[in-house]
Design a protein around this ligand. Structure first.
Ligand SMILES: [Zn+2]
Length: 337
């Protein structure tokens, strides 16, 4: 995904170091590195840190079961997504991926929000795919991530992290919620489309799917029911460092921070502060609480972002699982509020 990044001017770049507690996670996390044999020492370190016992206020029985997303399964799914090749709107790869996502949601209440976008490169079909899991509490928690890849990039670009990682993570979340009676809020998973610019990122050449969806939800009253819009983007980087985004809602960001701390993953979250323009912005503009979980430091100085180097070998099952678990814990904390 391409979020236009506005780093604060370098001399005053706010590096907010969060106190480096060493709480941990008592979940029984598998060892994806052993299963695939390609892990790197950095991930090994972070994963072992995450297996320390946690002494956290959120180890409360009322939160529900400990999140335990299977990173290897998510990784396998990313591979299948990437195998479709480039996936910009209107492409064969995009169409195959739409069918793939919908095929994985059998038995789930799925809505497809299809429309034609006018872009500087012409007209393109856009399709937001929404999977709905109903809960007992009045309100909706949305977890979203884009599945399109960037249109102008070379045909060798497959967007393993930017597009692929979140497409797969949302499918894993669908598996998590499938067939469950949710005691908390309803959860809607949204594979957003047309997030990327067609020519050059501007307010009008970007976020096609979510601008349309936010407008629709404002019109039909859905927006008022959304308690939180949690966006995930580029969260597969083996060196996972998700920044604190100043365009996100502070209290919701704090809930995510609590979730990460509960699970012992806080070293991967919010060590730096930046301002991100991404699919959460159209919803922030209409008053929905939003948070963007994005690692916009993909390779040294984000060097892999929007290049043919954005490939599967840069990702790790651990990062995918960490993000998925923190999203699930965030939902648990929101349900308990
Ligand atoms: Zn992008």
């Amino acid at each position: 995904m391409t979020s236009r990044l506005r780093l604060y001017s370098a001399p005053i770049l706010a590096l907010l170091l969060i106190a480096a507690f060493s709480a941990g996670c008592s979940q029984q996390q598998q060892k994806p590195s052993e299963a695939i044999g390609t892990d790197k020492p950095s991930s090994e370190t972070s994963r072992s840190a995450a297996t320390q016992p946690a002494a956290s206020p959120a180890n409360r029985a009322d939160l529900g079961s400990q999140p335990n997303i299977n990173g290897n399964q998510v990784m396998q799914c990313v591979k299948e997504v990437v195998a479709f090749g480039p996936r910009p709107p209107g492409s064969a790869g995009h169409e195959k991926l739409e069918q793939y996502i919908v095929s994985k949601l059998k038995g789930v209440d799925v809505e497809q929000d299809k429309f034609t976008a006018q872009t500087p490169a012409g007209q393109f079909p856009i399709n937001n795919i929404i999977a709905k899991f109903s809960g007992k509490k009045d309100g909706i928690i949305v977890v979203a991530g884009h599945y399109d890849t960037n249109y102008p990039l070379p045909k060798t670009y497959v967007g393993a992290n930017d597009g692929g990682s979140t497409t797969a993570l949302l499918l894993a979340l669908a598996d998590h919620f499938r067939g469950k009676q949710l005691d908390g809020y309803s959860v809607w998973l949204v594979w957003t489309d047309g997030e990327e610019a067609f020519v050059k990122w501007t307010d009008t050449d970007s976020l096609y799917g979510t601008r349309q969806l936010a407008h629709q939800w404002q019109q039909d009253g859905t927006a008022k029911k959304v308690r939180a819009f949690i966006l995930v983007d580029m969260i597969g980087d083996d060196d996972l460092d998700i920044q604190r985004d100043t365009n996100s809602t502070p209290w919701l960001t704090d809930v995510v921070s609590q979730a990460a701390t509960d699970l012992g993953y806080q070293s991967h979250f919010f060590q730096q502060t930046i301002a991100i323009e991404d699919d959460h912005i159209p919803f922030a503009k209409i008053g929905v609480p939003v948070v963007d979980l994005i690692d916009f430091d993909y390779g040294y100085n984000n060097v892999f972002h929007h290049t043919p180097e954005d490939t599967i070998d840069k990702l790790s099952p651990q990062s995918l699982a960490i993000t998925g678990d923190v999203v699930l814990r965030t939902i648990q904390l929101l349900n308990a509020r």
